[in-house]
Every structure is written in C-alpha cells, then in structure tokens.
Design a protein around this ligand. Sequence first.
Ligand SMILES: [Zn+2]
Ligand SMILES: [Zn+2]
Length: 342
Amino acid sequence: MSAATMRAAVLTAPGECSVQEVPAPVASAGEVVVDVERVGVCGTDVEFFTGEMAYLHEGHARFPMRLGHEWAGIVRAVGDGVDPAWRGRRVMGDTMLGCGRCRRCERGHQHVCADRQEVGIRGGRPGALAEQLAVPVTSLHELPGNVDPALGALVEPGGNALRAARAAALTPGDRVLILGPGTIGLLTAMFARATGAEVHLMGHTAASLAFARSLGFTAWTERELPDVAFDAVIDATNAAYLPARALDLVEPGGRVVCIGLAGSPSHIDTRTLALKDVTAVGVLSASPGLAATIAAYATGQVDPRPLVAATVGLDRVGAVLAGAPIAGAGPGPKVHIDPRSH
Ligand SMILES: [Zn+2]
Ligand SMILES: [Zn+2]
C-alpha cells in the first residue's frame, strides 16, 4: 500500500521553488488536517525566497521549506482528542504556535513564546502552500458563512493590521498617517477608517498612491506631505529611516506604531520620544487580533477584497515569489493562491 501524497510548493534554496508530490499530512493527536482553499503570498514569503529572512540566519528556519501562513480551508480529518464536529468547518489558523507551557504562553502571549513554531515560517512547521495542511486544533478560528475563502485568507494579515490600528488608540476625528501603502498599510488604513479617524497614507510609487486613493484614502509622497498635525503615525514599511521620521511627524502626546521591519536597525532619538511625550508601540503577529478581524469582515465593517490582485494555481507560486507580472492582475498588492486550481 502506498501512502497518500499531495502537491505542495517546496522552496529548496533561495530562488528555487517548485511543486512536488509530498506525503499528505496525517492528523496527529490534538491536530486537524485541512483541505486548503486559499493562501495569501506576503512579504515574509518573498524574504524566504530571496534568502534574506532573518530566521534563516538565526537557525529558526532552514531549507527545504514549505511556505504559506495566510490561509483558509475546510477541516478534512481530526486527530485523537479533537472534537469530530470540527470536520467540514471552514477555518483559518493562527500562524503562531506557542509551546503552551511557558510563562509567556500561560499569560496569553503565545505569539512571543521562545519555543514557538510559526506555520510556514519557523521551527520546521510546513505551511499552507499545498493541497493540505496539518495544524493544532487550538490554533483554529471558525469562519462564519459570509466569510469566503478569499476573506478567510485575509484574516491573518488583517489581524496584524487591526492590532496596528488599535495600538494607535484612535478616536473619531483623530488624524492618522500610515507610512507604506502595501497590504499591511492599506489594511491598517481600513481598520483605522472604521474607528472614525481621518486616514492619510504615504508612499512613493504613483501606482500605489493611485490605488490607495481609489480606496478612498488621502495619499501623499514624502515630499508632498502637508504640514498638519498627525495624532498617530504607523510605520508599515521596510525602510530603516522611517521610524525616526514617524517620531518627528507625530503630534506631541501622540502615538507611533511600528509594524514594518527593515533589513537593518532603525534608530530613534529617545529624547524626542520623551520630550514629545509620545507612546511607541511594536506589533508582532495577528494572534490577539484574529477573532476581532473575522468579526469586522463578517459584518462588512472592513472589506479587504479589493486588495487581491489575482488568484492563481500552485504552479505559479515560484513566479509570484519572484515578482513576475501576472496577466490580467488588478492593481492591489496581494496575490492569492488556490491550491485546487491548475
Ligand atoms: Zn504574511
Ligand atoms: Zn511557550
């Protein structure tokens, strides 16, 4: 008897991604196997493809790797100790899998557990760019009927964005500036708008600014930025100099939120932080924001679907990671993969 196999995108070395037949996952105790319906490709995946991702250099990840952490799918099989009622439910899952036993995990901070795995990212846990995915049942969030696979695969980046918007502590009438009109910047802008704030974005390509404007946001280049008071500034870029610029731009008494990561250290002058009485917040991961993101999508308070430029099959993952243009793609920054389509 031969074991079941499935198709999965495998990253064997920087720049080398191919679809391979691999053993299909089996649901072990406490875990489920999901039929993957939709997967988002994001900047983290691209960093693994280029080999720049810090985890590769710190020993938290190594090739060959199976990427994919922004996903939605249907529970196909359940392992020992898992309620069979999960079978057939549409779900998404937390990327962060804490050990569940340490002080941080016990205090609800499993997303910064020192021994955590991250689905498709860290600790050898295979990701969702495949026909099937195995994850712990404790990481699952059930999706309501009106949250389709495309929305479901946008919950993970949305959770990051929701947390960034919340960290800015916006109240109606506040003015917020978001640096970087990529997926996270635009999603953060959507969650910020839902609080009643006046939302501005800063970017540098004409196409990204035009797309931000098409979503109803005010968008500027750095040079055009008006001299107005920003109650909060959120950095969603990978530019090392922008956290310091955010601190310069924010109103005294305001907030600076850092969700972007640069390839080299970003320095800020803490005298400015103190003298302006600014609160600075760092955000890693969607974990504490997933349930609220699903609720915002289900009610239509936030609709991120315009961000998806195209949905393509698994064989296109390598090309997508390499940044190849996709025929017929829309202007949004996000590409989705449907592992069932060829
Ligand atoms: Zn991501
Ligand atoms: Zn832990």
